[in-house]
Design a protein around this ligand. Sequence first.
Ligand code: NAD
Length: 415
Amino acid sequence: MGSSAWEAVLDRIDDAAAVADVEAGVHARLRHPERVLEVSIPVRMDDGTLEVFTGWRVHHNTVRGPGKGGIRFHPDVDVEEVTALAAQMTLKTAVCGIPFGGAKGGVRCDPRQMSAGELERLTRRYTSGIAPLLGPDRDVPAPDINTDGRVMAWLLDTLQMTGGGIHLPGAVTGKPLSVGGTRAHAGGTSAGVVVCARAVFEALGMDLPGRRAVIQGFGKVGGPLAFLLKSAGMRVVGVSDVTGAVINEGGLDVSELSDHVKATGGVAGFPLGDPIDPDDLLALPCELLIPAALGGVIDAEVAERIQAKVIVEAANGPTLTEADAVLDRRGIAVVPDVLANAGGVTASYFEWAQARQGYPWDIALTADRHHEVMAEAFDEVWAASQRWDVSLRRAAYALAIDRVGAALEARGIFP
Ligand code: NAD
């Protein structure tokens, strides 16, 4: 996503506000983030020089609960992108009915060029810079692109060291298991994608077994997803990642593919499939297409070539607004990102709740609750799309805005 990411979200907010017919004041408030903090982050590099990085933490809206959203380290991060992603978190948490608002953080840096020590110093200084916004009842970060449990552990530790020694496991999610993370966190997004895929197939009178799936991306989301879809009886006929794309009409051997990726760093060269041009992956014949890599990959031209019956957006923002109308016209059902990948924030919510309780939940109970939240969210969005006679994307946005609007109206304006 580039500098237009925020404008694209604003377009969708404008459209959804009209669908849900929310009060003009509610609409206006959603067009403005609540607060945007920019921090400079001086870091002593390993070679003794000093570099100053820039980072942001944005609260888009916290009327339904503390801010929730990941922290992204990437050379292209800017304040518009972080604001757009924060707004999407406001909508995502409202769609699945969990008591959080929308936040996001980012640091403009290239972590691939940095040592572990440099990353740790960057994380700690960034955390101390944004600390006034953080806390279990204020804003709860999580991992995002190029950040992981290790980064979350440094963040947790920095909050405690600079906050009078108070241990705050509820101030961050996606933590390592050793400091209060949960087993269900890692696969939560992929599991939620499968709940949505199964539900939309059912609603369209189809079922998963024997059908063909294509997945773009084989990382933290796309990798586990391939296994889950295969277990559900689907044939995963095409997979791509940054190294290339492979197909096998009979179904890829996901386990062998995963071993190949671990050994070689990517899907390219997988011997039990045929290579294709990654640009053609999204247009492969299949029933289910899952973008699980980058934003902005489906433009109007790609949308014309897609042969899938259903798209479930595991990635954030994979479809440009210009493609929405094309997919609608062609009768392709799209489960939008704010619903499809909400399994991740739901798993984060459960980690936060367990930290607050100081008591870990049984894994089976966690899985049941996760399934319940995602299935209910899908049913509500589906019902809203029928009620308003709009696409699932417009329904999800409108439902979310309606819920945030109800909270804004109930609380009124201070002072
Ligand atoms: P990741 O970094 O673990 O994996 C990304 C995958 O995309 C990798 O396989 C990479 O090789 C591939 N990729 C990169 N460039 C590509 C290209 N040009 N063509 C094809 N593949 C390419 O990231 P992730 O955590 O799996 O996230 C994937 C998407 O899902 C992102 O859009 C992210 O915002 C979204 N998401 C992730 C989570 C989560 O829990 N991790 C939650 C919600 C949304």
